[in-house]
Write a new protein. Structure first.
Length: 485
């Protein structure tokens, strides 16, 4: 079975969120399971620098009405997965992240740039591919690749691959003006309610949801939530229509990279059998962040985009109450300027008790996971979430709102046999504060706290089971008559 996995991000080279981690880890897990999987990703500057001698595999002519030709170069991930680097310097060799310039503004030609990525992926998935390898399955991810199933529908190249569309976050839909339709090369008849039109816009995500043979999202609960008006971001009607093809498959994490027994980033390594050693990481984290040495006060960790989606405004609103509990707070992240300023001001106001680092630091993220006593994720919605999985693995019980993947992975401490964290339902500061208070009370019961930690550390959060579920889905889609397509 051959799978082409198409992504606009790929860790460790190009990352703005969880997509990059999934794009690195899931193909490696599929590769380990014996599937011939290859990744298609734009040749951004970081990837060109990482693989300067990547040999040319194919020249891609300008695909009308796209003005630029492209090339495919071949590299390989550390885990042995082949990487096809889509080289088009006019569109991908730019500073900033894949979507934004250095001043934080969307590139004005994002629609054309990612239409090219989708068009090339569709080309490689059909009979006119310039490669001597053609996939049985084209696995697309988020709006940046959403036009690929539409290309295969409107511009078919039989025999061609079946398509899977994975939604990592339904909030990002790739909306563009109707005028872009001609630039994409799709026919005018695609502008229809059962095509790519969405409330007067061209929606790349809708195109993928409309035409992919299967839709997946990153947790079972999120798959149910996005079929409701409250969580469907306007796409709930289409998703209910396609519910027979919608599958929720929970993400895994890289359990080699996130392993407290071997983590090179932390002060003291430990395991479920040596949890007392975790306290040395708490002491070291306090020292690093300038927090008071207060072993009788629990330390709460936050690693997140600072946005209302993540519920971080609720945490900021509780500053006075958290200081009085008392607890310490360590925050790492960036996002909305108002929240960045609010947390920075709180760190100044509560010096020694609250610490904030604006930006992202991978090593510090590991040290917060290891050094915090508990971890805050009060998200208003959360397709899957990764930090709660890291926290469970590091014996740092999470405090989460019951939504998406958080509801699928965190079991409240009231379940004595299986509890591994603390869960609340209402997206309010009052509900969050009551749950933090409950967690703090439990933290003082050392025997019960150790039990929670060990339950979390025993959870299998690897990619092995999710990869098996994806492989089974792929096999169910491939036509059986005549073998593989």
């Amino acid at each position: 079975m051959k799978v082409l996995f198409v992504t606009s991000e790929l860790s460790p080279w190009v990352k703005t969120g969880g997509l990059a981690d999934v794009a690195a880890a899931l193909p490696e897990a599929l590769h380990a399971a014996g599937i011939d999987v290859r990744i298609l990703v734009p040749a951004y500057p970081a990837l060109k620098a990482a693989f300067p001698a990547a040999p040319m595999q194919a020249a891609i002519p300008a695909l009308p009405p796209h003005p630029h030709g492209a090339a495919l170069r071949l590299a390989q991930s550390a885990g042995g997965v082949p990487l096809y680097l889509l080289e088009c310097d006019a569109w991908f060799d730019r500073p900033g992240n894949p979507y934004l310039g250095t001043k934080g503004q969307d590139w004005p030609d994002n629609g054309a740039r990612f239409a090219l990525l989708a068009r090339v992926s569709a080309l490689l998935a059909g009979s006119r591919t310039p490669l001597d390898w053609r996939p049985d399955v084209l696995h697309c991810n988020d709006w940046q690749t959403g036009l690929a199933p539409a290309y295969l529908h409107y511009l078919p190249q039989p025999p061609q691959a079946v398509t899977v569309m994975t939604v990592h976050n339904l909030a990002f839909q790739g909306l563009f003006d109707h005028a872009l339709l001609q630039t994409t090369g799709l026919p005018e008849r695609a502008w229809a309610i059962d095509g790519v039109e969405y409330h007067g816009y061209l929606s790349y995500l809708k195109a993928g949801l409309q035409f992919a043979e299967a839709i997946t999202t990153v947790s079972p609960t999120y798959a149910r939530e996005i079929q409701t008006p409250a969580e469907g971001m306007g796409m709930d009607g289409l998703l209910r229509y396609r519910k027979a093809s919608l599958h929720g498959i929970l993400n895994g994490i890289d359990t080699a990279q996130w392993n407290p027994r071997k983590d090179p980033h932390i002060d003291t390594r430990y395991s479920a059998r040596t949890l007392a050693l975790k306290e040395a990481n708490t002491t070291a984290l306090r020292r690093e962040l300038g927090l008071d040495d207060a072993p009788d006060m629990p330390l709460l960790g936050v690693i997140s985009r600072l946005t209302e989606q993540k519920g971080l405004d609720l945490v900021a609103a509780l500053a006075e109450e958290l200081a009085a509990l008392p607890v310490q707070l360590a925050v790492l992240g960036s996002g909305a300027r108002t929240l960045e300023t609010a947390f920075t001001d709180l760190a100044e106001r509560y010096q020694g008790q609250f610490a904030v680092r604006i930006g992202f630091d991978d090593g510090l993220a590991h040290r917060i996971e290891a050094g915090a006593d508990m971890f805050l994720m009060p998200s208003r919605f959360e397709p899957c979430g990764l930090n709660q999985l890291f926290s469970l693995r590091y014996g740092t019980p999470p405090i989460v709102r019951a939504t998406g993947g958080l509801a699928d992975t965190v079991i409240d401490a009231t379940d004595v046999q299986h509890g591994n964290g603390f869960v609340f339902t209402a997206a309010t500061a009052e509900a969050l504060l009551a749950t933090i208070q409950r967690a703090v009370d439990t933290w003082h019961e050392r025997k019960r706290w150790r039990q929670l930690q060990r339950h979390g550390m025993a959870r299998d959060s690897s990619w092995e089971n999710p990869a098996q579920q994806y492989a089974e889905l792929y096999r169910s889609l491939i036509p059986t008559t005549g073998g593989l397509v």
